[in-house]
Ligand binder design. Sequence first.
Ligand SMILES: NC(=O)c1ccc[n+]([C@@H]2O[C@H](COP(=O)([O-])OP(=O)(O)OC[C@H]3O[C@@H](n4cnc5c(N)ncnc54)[C@H](OP(=O)(O)O)[C@@H]3O)[C@@H](O)[C@H]2O)c1
Length: 494
Amino acid sequence: MLALRNQILRNSFGTHSTNLDSVCSSSCLFGAFNGSPKCRAHSRFSAVAGDVNSGPKRTYQIVVAATREMGIGKEGKLPWKLPSDLKFFKELTATTLDPTKKNAVVMGRKTWESIPLQFRPLPARLNVVLSRSRKVGSANAEKVVVFESISSALESLEQPPYSQSIEKVFVIGGGQVLREALNAPQCDAIHITEIETSIDCDTFIPSIHFSLFQPWYSSQLLVENNVRFAFASYVRVKSSISEPHPCGNGGESSFRSGSDKFEVGSFNFLPKMILERHDENSYLGLVQEIISSGSHKEGEPWNRILSKFDCEMRFNLRKIFPLLTTKEVSWDGVLQEFFRLISGFTKKLPDVIDEIRNNLDDKRIVLSVQNPSDLTLESCNLRLIGPLQLCVANGELSCQTHQPSADMVLTIPLNIASYALLTCTIAHVCGLIPGDLVLKFGEAHVSKTHVRPLQEQLHRLPKPFPILKINPHKKDMDTFVSADFELVSYDPHL
Ligand SMILES: NC(=O)c1ccc[n+]([C@@H]2O[C@H](COP(=O)([O-])OP(=O)(O)OC[C@H]3O[C@@H](n4cnc5c(N)ncnc54)[C@H](OP(=O)(O)O)[C@@H]3O)[C@@H](O)[C@H]2O)c1
């Protein structure tokens, strides 16, 4: 499924292949530091804020690993050992779409000097070191380019010969450099390894400004060497910090649907490996698979379909709300479906919530919420629902559903969002974090009359998913009304 979707992404970017073999695989390379990649050939904001107009057009992406307190280093070194993070860093910063080009990694002089001698410069990348004093450590110093400021580095990287040879620019630390670069207008995206375990640090960076950046994807929690962490990427959606919403007084009146438009139209500047991680690809990949290799079922003209047996989609609810962006989905429709779901579950839901609340320590709790006789069968959609299971683990609530039959166009976009809303709301009233939503289908199909519009949809790149906010004052399932749910920054392709 992913291979097919990758083909679509490749078509969107041209035919250049990614040469992962060129990525250095030595994890000890970063024994003393973790870097980050970035860069883009031109600014999206050339007509926006004044500072940006006068600054360099070359933009960048940041790669960093940071604790919750935004700690990144201790005594000139990385305070953790995470081989998979180093692998991710190398893959992200060294991979190019065009095999004749390289990416640039921009780092502070102290970060450069923290890389063990035998591993610098970082291979397969242009190493750019920032130093006002220009006292860059002598060994291998001839193999790097030194600049006295971030803007002089960016200006130079947008001029020949670098304009032709450098594909992306990644700013990779350390603290001093990121304090200047993190929320700056030229920063397009931040790829952050979020360290959840509390670790002592002496070098810190500022927090990400969430009115400028929105999550693109986040991974599940991983554990390595007793350190819990997750990968996440944030993309810039606004050029400058938004004014507070006139209704946003923090009270209940601010819980309403919003539809802030992004100032960024396309996110194809992201590295391919990050583009592919957007969860909407789970839906698009399945649709692509059904269209290209589904079984043909003939019948009445309105009933001719392509279908696949035994299918699955996954959505990570930890940071985003999965309302499809390649085609608009009605938020009002989602709310209606959600309230229908809740009314369908009235017999069991209070018991389930009690059980979750009283067994928060039980990591293996798995609850079968529904059996068909419990449903008040109001809607056609509800009749098609199979068992729904909730699972609590590590303070997170995940949900899995099974539908015997799924229409990928007419019902599934609404179903994804209504189940996501159900999971997020149950997690909210139980004091848990929403985890994964897994939708399994006995068979999934598309009507042949929908194939052409779906093919158009498949050529659109997803945008960042919106964010869901739930009224923090509401804690009882049966007291929720539509106004208790706010959808922030939903800007689908129209
Ligand atoms: N967690 C991560 O992802 C990550 C990534 C990288 C590094 N780190 C950690 O961060 C720590 C190092 O950070 P740091 O803040 O001490 O040092 P740094 O930012 O790596 O380097 C600071 C030096 O860079 C030069 N510099 C900084 N900003 C500049 C600017 N705007 N223009 C020109 N030159 C500039 C100056 O060099 P001169 O003094 O020569 O003028 C300055 O002394 C280490 O512990 C390292 O392991 C962590």
